[in-house]
Design a protein around this ligand. Structure first.
Ligand code: SF4
Length: 373
């Protein structure tokens, strides 16, 4: 399988999967296109640019600097403030830990393998010590499709009872204890990926080591620089991520189903020199793999503009959003929906068709009323 995926990608180095990519995969489990391209390590950003549909991704410099200064503030005083926030959320009646009660192990080591081994050792030692410990930017490994993906959570806290909590520090605001649900959902999916990777480490740690399934989300309170925290249950995201990552092993089937000669290699060997592969050829390769476009892709996938254009060309109702799509049952194109509403097509016994006709009649009635006034 590795060989076939490497052929699809071409000679470029594979783009490693990170927690954000794995979380995005879990968010759109029906998309074979993303699963195959990520499984093959294709640079989707470069591919989108070659297709003439680049996505504007990433943070502004201002947001980046602000995010860093907020994270530094949250982790100040040897992690005492962060542990205090977690302790406050747990509300378990145990004494509030002070700065001297928190260990912050040194996690530096050479290379990703060295850093993951150092993290695993620090987790085991902190668990055995039975004290609070803050692991700042540990490195975890998760095997995905046969290759290790290296993941770096903002922090992991070890509790005196051997519990491990993933900490996600985000720069979006928490207003009156609530934050944007889409952003919280994305953070929860990312935390679930870290929980999954941590579970692999916990298997080889002390018996009482247990990865907690509630992650601590820390955000600025009401646009200030003061941290507010909430525990987010990630069990649902965890099972979705597990399922989706298991499906990545089926990437081999997706690759095998592609027409002979399909490649996502952006370069074309040309008499010893290299030239860019024609856009049409790349588009045909991308379109040979089924996609499941939804407007949410715009915030999560580099190929979103290409897939949206294709969905619009196909007049697909997916472009209107998952909620609308699920309401429309067997009507898969905007034209078929309009025809059903006008009474020109569709089974009148179908509840979706009946609802559309009722809505069309109400609209006509409202417009007639407005014209008479
Ligand atoms: S943008 Fe396209 S490839 Fe990416 S997840 Fe959405 S449908 Fe799949």
């Amino acid at each position: 399988m590795r060989q076939r995926l490497a052929e699809l990608r071409g000679p470029a180095a594979p783009v490693p999967l990170d927690a954000r990519a794995l979380a995005a995969l879990a968010a759109n489990p029906g998309c074979h296109r993303r699963a195959l391209l990520d499984g093959a390590g294709v640079d989707k950003g470069a591919l989108a640019r070659a297709l003439g549909a680049p996505a504007a991704f990433g943070q502004s410099q201002f947001a980046f600097v602000r995010g860093h200064s907020f994270e530094a503030r949250v982790k100040a005083d040897g992690g005492a403030e962060l542990i205090r926030l977690l302790h406050e959320r747990l509300a378990d009646g145990t004494p509030v830990p002070g700065p001297d009660d928190v260990d912050v192990p040194d996690l530096s080591a050479a290379g990703p393998e060295g850093r993951t081994a150092r993290t695993a050792l620090a987790l085991r030692e902190a668990t055995a010590a039975g004290r609070w410990a803050l692991l700042d930017h540990p490195l975890l490994a998760l095997t995905v499709g046969g290759t290790p993906a290296y993941l770096e959570p903002d922090a992991v806290v070890v509790h005196p009872d051997g519990g491990w909590t993933v900490v996600e520090i985000k720069s979006f605001a928490m207003i009156d204890g609530a934050a944007d649900s889409a952003k919280v959902g994305a953070a929860a999916r990312q935390a679930a990926v870290y929980v999954l990777a941590l579970e692999g480490v916990a298997e080889h740690a002390a018996e009482h080591a247990a990865v907690r399934h509630r992650a601590l989300l820390v955000c600025p309170r009401n646009f200030s620089n003061v941290p507010a925290a909430a525990l987010v249950d990630v069990r649902k995201q965890l099972s979705t991520t597990r399922r989706q990552l298991a499906r990545l092993t089926q990437v081999a089937d997706l690759a095998a189903a592609l027409p002979e000669g399909t490649t996502f290699d952006l370069c074309l060997a040309d008499d010893g020199r290299t030239a860019t592969r024609p856009e049409k050829e790349l588009a045909a390769a991308v379109d040979a793999v089924a996609a499941a476009y939804a407007p949410e892709c715009l915030a999560a996938c580099e190929l979103a503009f290409h897939c949206r254009a294709r969905a619009r060309e196909a007049d697909a109702v997916q472009a209107l959003g998952r909620a609308v799509r699920s309401e429309l049952g067997s009507l898969t194109t905007v034209e078929s929906v309009l025809a059903a509403a006008r009474g020109e097509a569709g089974d009148p016994g179908d509840p979706t068709v009946a609802a559309l006709r009722r809505a069309q009649a109400l609209r006509a009635e409202a417009l007639a009323g407005a014209a008479c006034r």
